[in-house]
Design a protein around this ligand. Structure first.
Ligand SMILES: C[S@@+](CC[C@H](N)C(=O)[O-])C[C@H]1O[C@@H](n2cnc3c(N)ncnc32)[C@H](O)[C@@H]1O
Length: 213
């Protein structure tokens, strides 16, 4: 994925240098505790979007977990950064970054948990490798997530969900808590994302599962 470089956003993001890492590099791998100034567990959301989920979950886990949001589009990171600032959260860092490069910025086994919420479905078969749940991505996640660490996945897109379950299974991962209708599943404490709010309002059922690495 080509990262967008819009000058006004780059400049606007400089005001968020305590929250946003615009050019994450290899020096961060194994050193995230320095950036957060503590050694709390690390959870990462892939394709963060405008930050509703990461700010919601970070607020609930202040002093317990550090959260890193990876988002390719700078102007979207800007929206998320505003939410982090407004809520005065100190346990969130946002990266303008491509998930494809995840192995560069995390050390092996450095992460406890991953979240993928409403990732782009890439419906054409020839684009299947771009789906964030494709086995090629799972291979990368397996390196950076510690054994027994989890991936929590949500989508409104049924074909993407079926594809993802197949990929998880093919990769030999344990799949738990599968639901095709999250809102009526009894799952407590769901934190909605921007996309989830939109699709739920349209009556679209939400699929969810938890995967253990
Ligand atoms: C459909 S949106 C969902 C946003 C948010 N998770 C939500 O549920 O509201 C997918 C987001 O993932 C980002 N994204 C897609 N591929 C990415 C990649 N390879 N690396 C980083 N971000 C990516 C897109 O820019 C977009 O903001």
């Amino acid at each position: 994925m080509r990262l967008r470089k819009k000058p006004w956003v780059v400049e606007a993001l400089t005001g968020f240098s305590d929250i946003v890492v615009q050019n994450p590099g290899e020096e961060l791998a194994g050193n995230w505790h320095n950036l957060f100034e503590n050694s709390l567990p690390l959870h990462v959301e892939l394709g963060t979007g405008k930050g509703r989920f990461i700010t919601g979950i970070a607020k609930q886990h202040q002093g317990l977990v550090n959260f890193i949001g990876i988002e390719a589009k700078e102007e979207i990171v800007y929206c998320a950064a505003q939410k982090v600032r407004e809520q005065e959260l100190t346990n969130v860092q946002l990266l303008v970054f491509d998930v494809n490069e995840i192995l560069k910025i995390f050390a092996p086994g450095e992460l406890e948990q991953l979240y993928i919420n409403f990732c782009d479905p890439w419906p054409k078969n020839r684009h299947a490798k771009r789906r964030l749940t494709h086995i090629d991505f799972l291979n990368k996640y397996r390196t950076v997530i510690k054994p027994g660490g989890q991936l929590w996945f949500k989508t409104d897109n049924r074909p993407l969900f079926e594809f993802s379950l197949e990929q998880f299974s093919e990769f030999g991962l344990e799949i738990n808590a599968v639901t095709y209708d999250l809102l009526n599943s009894g799952f407590a404490g769901n934190i909605m994302t921007e996309y989830e709010t939109k699709f739920s309002a349209l009556g679209q059922p939400i699929c969810r599962c938890e995967v253990i690495f």
